[in-house]
Write a new protein. Structure first.
Length: 415
């Protein structure tokens, strides 16, 4: 039996025992793992340095290096993420609905674990910790397959977490990491219907589409983040510039960072030049349509391909539009249903935007950078679902559960 099937089998076998774990048992394990990450951080940082060195040798972009990098602050953040999950309500066993039938049957709908989650993701090692924490809190086993660029980091993180579990009531087999860096390992996971209950891809568009197109295991699709901010004619200037700058520059490598800025022509005439200069001071490369280039001659031309690109870097598209309809049409054409923002003091325009934009998260006068499980009060997240079934938006604990009907009778039979 190969590595992928063997580890998925081990996870499946142990998942049966996770269902009966108490909240106290799960929370204790999460706290022990949180302590272990901090106590063993030197090992993790050392392993991460190996990945970073290999990444530089292989030409890994600076934005991906940023995603990959681990330091003391990020380890503390990972640890804190686990502790936040401890403080969240355990959804398992939650009563969602209760029905008393005329024949005396009492029907209860409750939350239950999904079973075994397959997680396929790219450069960010913190996803390893978040996925483990959320899965174990919801009574699920997890099979992880991270990107090859983070292999050493993920191996050490999982080693630390499994060692910590050995002193708890959760068996270490509940966490499995696929070490095989070949794409064939991913493709094998996608066909393990008898062992994996769901697969969640998290990464770039090519990874996600490969999973969606080839999986026979059910998939919760997380999407690429081509996010837009539309500065309306009626926007408050300083607010608009602050939001637009934050959405791009605060951390460009993440999926909720803005990739295209849409600006009403009236606003642009007075404020685009100063905003463009502010971006240039932060080394942001700007590409724009003809109107934008006429206003700021040093910016480059934006093509249809540019508008369809998730840069995850210091590159920004700008399009000057004549009205809100043009902005909405652009988002409809190029958006990935992730996060979209309008900055305006006009409530009618705000309502139109919020109603007509089809995305997991739509913002009025706030940066798209808030589309995040932590910022939404969910604690850590396992991804941001851009599909419409089962879960949508940042996926916290409830998204990793299914439901079960429990029926109590007093001897009823069907006539």
């Amino acid at each position: 039996m190969g590595e992928v099937k063997l580890k998925a089998t081990l996870a499946k076998e142990v998942s049966k025992s996770l269902v009966s774990l108490t909240t106290t048992q799960k929370n204790y394990a999460l706290n022990v793992m949180a302590d272990a990450l901090v106590n063993q951080q030197s090992k993790i940082i050392s392993a991460n340095k190996q990945d970073l060195e290999l990444g530089k040798e292989n030409g890994l972009s600076k934005s991906l290096q940023d995603r990959l990098a681990i330091n003391t602050q990020r380890i503390e953040s990972m640890s804190e993420g686990l502790r936040q999950i401890v403080n969240l309500n355990d959804p398992i066993g939650e009563l969602l609905e209760e029905i008393k039938r005329p024949n005396g049957l009492l029907i209860r709908k409750i939350r239950v674990p999904i079973g075994v989650i397959g997680m396929i993701y790219e450069a960010r090692p913190n996803v390893t910790v978040d996925a483990v924490g959320l899965s174990l809190k919801t009574g699920n086993a997890i099979v992880l397959r991270g990107g090859s660029s983070a292999l050493n980091s993920n191996q050490m993180i999982v080693e630390v977490l499994r060692e910590a579990l050995s002193s708890t009531d959760i068996p270490i087999e509940a966490i499995q990491l696929i070490n095989d860096p070949n794409r064939s390992a991913v493709n094998e996971m996608l066909k393990l219907n008898c062992l994996l209950d769901v697969v969640i891809p998290r990464g770039g568009a090519s990874l996600i589409q490969n999973v969606v197109r080839n999986a026979t295991v059910p998939v919760i699709e997380t999407g690429a983040g081509i996010c837009h901010t539309y500065i309306d004619k009626y926007a408050q200037p300083e607010m608009a510039k602050s939001i637009a700058f934050n959405a791009k520059v605060q951390r460009p490598s993440v999926c909720n960072a803005m990739e295209t800025l849409l600006i009403h022509e009236n606003f642009a005439k007075e404020h685009f030049h100063s905003l463009a200069e502010k971006y240039r001071e932060s080394n942001v490369q700007i590409k724009g349509n003809n109107i934008a280039r006429n206003m700021v001659p040093w910016i480059e031309n934006a093509s249809d391909e540019d508008y369809a690109t998730e840069y995850n870097d210091y590159t920004l598209n700008v399009k000057i539009v004549s009205n809100i309809k043009e902005a909405l049409d652009h988002i409809h054409t190029y958006g990935t249903k992730h996060s979209e923002c309008i900055v305006t003091e006009n409530q009618k325009n705000a309502n139109q935007f919020l109603q007509e934009v089809d995305a997991t998260s739509v913002y009025h006068n706030a940066s798209t950078r808030f589309t995040d499980g932590f910022e939404f009060g969910f604690g850590a997240e396992i991804g941001i679902s851009t599909q419409k079934l089962h879960a949508r938006g940042p996926m916290g604990l409830p998204a990793l559960t299914s439901t079960k009907y429990v029926i109590h009778g007093t001897g009823q039979i069907k006539e």
